[in-house]
Write a protein that binds this ligand. Structure first.
Ligand code: GAR
Length: 221
């Protein structure tokens, strides 16, 4: 029986490509009964991703779908989707997944796909965000959780975490500070959906059921 009285436990499949510290932060909040989520599988496109070891430690089923094994992207996407739908998850959670999902994949899944991105979107879409922020002498940086649409890093924003850029910051220092906020905001974003404070209508539309201003902002310095 669920200890969460007002809502049922949702199921998610996590996709990742690397360290998996965001996945770990979500897992920790599940273990602490902060969010009513079950992670039913973790899939990586990178065979030796550390996130896979983290999942194994917790007895979560893991799969590798290596993009290098597929000459056509459509076949990679199909192999990935086949694994995902086996679990019939409510959500797909991208946690440092460094591949772009095709619009066919997104359309076929037809349920919320969340992504976390290391910038204050719509600024700094794409890669090397921390370096680009430093190059531009920005004073404010951060991270965003958004729904995935076919536009790269362009889907509706749910929550953003802000940090100041300091005079002595380098990429490593700044990335570490942003990552800490990522770990705070991803579980919050998921919880807004799990607890029906936001409901998913379609790729572009989220229904806000409570008086909250979206994107929510969190500041950490
Ligand atoms: C995180 O900083 C995440 O925002 C970023 O990759 C890192 C993964 O770290 N994602 C992207 O850049 C996606 N475009 P983690 O593996 O330790 O969670």
């Amino acid at each position: 029986m669920s200890i969460f009285k007002s809502h049922t436990i949702k199921k998610a499949v996590v996709l990742l490509s690397g360290s998996g510290s965001n996945f770990q932060a979500i897992l920790d909040s599940i273990t602490a009964y902060e969010i009513a989520l079950e992670i039913c599988a973790v899939i990586s496109n990178v065979p030796d991703a550390r996130g896979i070891d983290r999942a194994k430690t917790h007895g979560i089923p893991t799969y590798i779908v290596n993009n290098h094994d597929y000459s056509e992207r459509i076949n990679f996407d199909k192999a990935l989707l086949d694994k995902v739908v086996k679990y019939d998850p409510d959500y797909l959670v991208l946690a440092g997944f460094m591949r772009i999902l095709s619009s066919e994949f997104i359309k076929k899944f037809n349920k919320p796909i969340f992504n976390i991105h290391p910038s204050l979107l719509p600024k700094y879409k794409g890669l090397n965000t921390h370096q680009r922020v430093l190059d531009k002498n920005e004073k404010l940086h951060g991270c965003s959780v958004h729904l995935v649409t076919k536009e790269l890093d362009g889907g509706p924003l749910i929550i953003q975490g802000e940090v100041s850029v300091k005079n002595d910051d380098d990429v490593k220092k700044l990335a570490a500070r942003v990552l800490k906020v990522e770990h705070m905001i991803y579980k919050k974003a998921l919880n807004l959906f799990i607890t029906n404070q936001i409901t998913y209508e379609n790729l572009r539309v989220m229904k806000i059921n409570k008086e909250i201003e979206i994107p929510l902002k969190v500041r950490m310095d």
